[in-house]
Design a protein around this ligand. Structure first.
Ligand code: KIV
Length: 266
């Protein structure tokens, strides 16, 4: 996005697709990660329900609650002044009817100060997306690998059924989603869907042909524990840097070289 002085909007993402300018989205969960993403000029900051795994050490995103999303979303929204802030609707709020989904999305918007919500779903959630959009709440779809449905999908695996992927993505777009995340789909499928959709696609493990790219911040900076997906490129090794700093500080305390005269107040 060229204008660094004002907030990125959903119209900017539509323009990026039109102009074939790739855009970026990264997750953030707290004040420092929100500020770092914004300062780096990232276009969208996603307060993902991946917070349950990345920050809370859970084995899936399923335990994330609306209250937790509001807590993290509010902090990130205050930390970010330029990027479009998107907060995930946690499981199972998009499956309990339009009223519950609109009420929960409205809480995310009102109580966090974010600009949009995201929900995972198939064509079966089109009425939910339509209801949220009709309430004036920008909503992003999420198809392909839907981590909230990991047990139904049989694991975190590539989704290859092009007809199904196309039907889910088109249903989200027709229902009023302003963009659709494509997670873990073959690059040819992502290219076909991206060409067919009038709204931008945002890929994660979906190859280079999507309109935008999204990654989990902790994967991107090398701060994730456990297995990192093959589609990630780590641009830093924060785990090694922080681990080394902590070990050096512990050694300095143990050998009485910390605190030294400079760190001693009188
Ligand atoms: O929760 C999340 O971090 C996400 C991204 C992986 C797109 O939904």
């Amino acid at each position: 996005m060229p204008d660094l002085a004002r907030r990125v909007t959903v119209l900017d993402l539509a323009a990026a697709k039109r102009d074939r300018r790739p855009f970026t989205m990264v997750t953030a969960y707290d004040w420092p990660t929100g500020q770092l993403a914004d300062a780096a000029g990232v276009d969208c900051v996603l307060v993902g329900d991946s917070v349950a795994m990345v920050v809370a050490g859970r084995s899936s995103t399923i335990p994330a609650t609306l209250e937790q999303m509001i807590y993290h979303g509010e902090i990130v929204s205050r930390a970010v002044s330029r990027a479009l802030v998107v907060v995930d609707l946690p499981f199972p709020l998009q499956h309990l009817g339009v009223r519950t989904a609109v009420e929960s999305s409205a809480r995310l918007l009102k109580e966090t100060g974010c600009q949009a919500v995201k929900l995972e779903g198939t064509a079966g959630q089109a009425d939910i997306i339509a209801g949220i959009a009709a309430a004036g709440i920008p909503v992003m779809g999420h198809v392909g690998l839907r981590p909230q449905a990991v047990h139904q999908l049989g694991g975190y695996r590539m989704q290859r059924d092009l007809d199904r992927l196309m039907a889910d993505a088109e249903a989200a777009a027709h229902a009023g989603a302003f963009a659709v995340v494509l997670e873990c789909v073959p690059q040819e499928a992502a290219a076909t869907i991206t060409r067919s959709l009038s709204v931008p696609t945002v890929g994660i493990g979906a190859g280079p042909h999507c309109d935008g790219q999204v990654l989990v911040m902790h994967d991107l900076i090398g701060l994730s524990s456990g297995r990192v997906p093959r589609f990630v490129r780590a641009y830093a090794d924060v785990q090694a840097t922080v681990g080394d700093a902590l070990a050096r500080w512990r050694r300095d305390v143990e050998n009485r070289s910390f605190p030294g005269p400079d760190e001693t107040l009188g």
